[in-house]
Design a protein around this ligand. Sequence first.
Ligand SMILES: [Zn+2]
Length: 309
Amino acid sequence: MRLPFFALTALALVLAAGAPARVARAAEPAPAIAFTFDDGLDPAAEPAAARWNAEILAALSRSGVKAMLFPAGRTGGTPGGLALTRAWGDSGHAIGNHTYSHRNLGSARMTVDEFGADVMRADSLFRVLPGFTPMLRFPYLKEGESAEKRDAFRAWMRAHGYRPAPVSVDASDWWYSTRWRELERAGRAADLPRLREAYVAHLWDRACYYDSLARAVLGRSPRHVLLLHTNAINAACVGDVIAHFRAHGWNVIAPAEAFADPLYASEPAAVPAGESIVWSHARVAGAKGLRYPAEDGEYEAPRLARLGL
Ligand SMILES: [Zn+2]
């Protein structure tokens, strides 16, 4: 596949990085990013669930940020989990749908009908909550392993009044959160500030990567959507992450504002479908040297090992 002409032009500008490109960028509005959190928490499965949920909501409130939660029924829709999910709506955040069972639409064993029924099972739990918005975040960001299934499920969503909720920035925060908990359990609290610093730097690095990829492939900086999860590291660090983006001149915006960007209504023709929507467009455009976005551990483990973390 060849890159379309507009992409090549934008790519040439980025690669040249000369004075004219810098002047053009200086006149552009600041990049913008919205924070979204997947999964939700079940206190019956995770003893720290209520604390993490409260800490994330408190940090968002202190930072003056409105975010969006995409709970799965099996975690954020259990009797205890539903109360934690409702707290997001009560705090003015939006609530979407991440299916009930958190299964993979990209698996050949999963049918469109079965997946649709799982979306509706979660819908019946979350639709009554304040802030509910009929938007679907695909588990694992997988949207189908064939063009037929991808298109059949896009038609299912239209018929059921659902919009997809893609992400532009995929950064595997869960991988850092696992390390965070390992250090906590090992009694290495003294090392946590360095892991915090590395985590914030990692999210910032991934956002800059996807922003430059978008500028090259789309010819502009879209309103970004960041994928995070309701987990230990975000309970401890999300306030610092927000502060870091702001300190570097980015605006942190509400998810509804970000999802209004036409990028999120676009339907890249990638197969298998899914992943970051910027990455999908880059793949369809034939961009070379793309790293698989969901494998951060492979890249981050050596980096943390060098830091003794
Ligand atoms: Zn998930």
